[in-house]
Design a binder for this molecule. Sequence first.
Ligand code: GRF
Length: 204
Amino acid sequence: MMKEKTRIAVLVSGGGTNLQALIDAQNSGIIHSGEISLVISNNQNAYALTRARNAGIKALYISKKESKAQEAFETAIIEALEENDIDLIVLAGFMSILSERFTSRYDHRILNIHPSLIPSFCGQGYYGLKVHEAALEKGVKVTGATVHFVNEIPDGGEIIAQKAVEVEDGDTPEILQRRVMEQAEWIILPQAVERIADQISNAN
Ligand code: GRF
């Protein structure tokens, strides 16, 4: 009997380059045990929503402002996930905190890509360019990216995959961010999503 593909939702807030890497990986067959069925953004202007629509993927904007409280915001996301029978959630440049109520509901079913080698430069306040600013400030010679399960501790869940990237003389935070994306994030996130999607579809 054909095994069911794992239904994947990607949560985004910004440019969506990691979402694009997932879409490209699905099209090239790197991701074949799952299918990206839904994209949700808390930012109405996120170019990630355009990328989803261009790929024919259902794209939703769920406003945190309108839903006022965190709980109402998360309830709206949960309703969308349930309506679309989602099995696996991927946070890809998602810039909103998710409570323990949410993360415990989806135990070992939420992945996140973080642009450093955890446990370096992670946790409260380390996101986007700030991560690379801190790495350059510290003077590390190697940085990279990490895919991990999401729990109630920011960047605290089990590590699934990591890839190292050289820091080069003269790097600015923007140059380093781009290299980490190209040489690490866009490679290990699709690989990790396929691995976990395969585990889920085999378990069902
Ligand atoms: C990237 O640095 C990613 O590591 C972080 O958010 C940034 C933007 O990602 N999680 P994207 O281009 O929106 O995927």
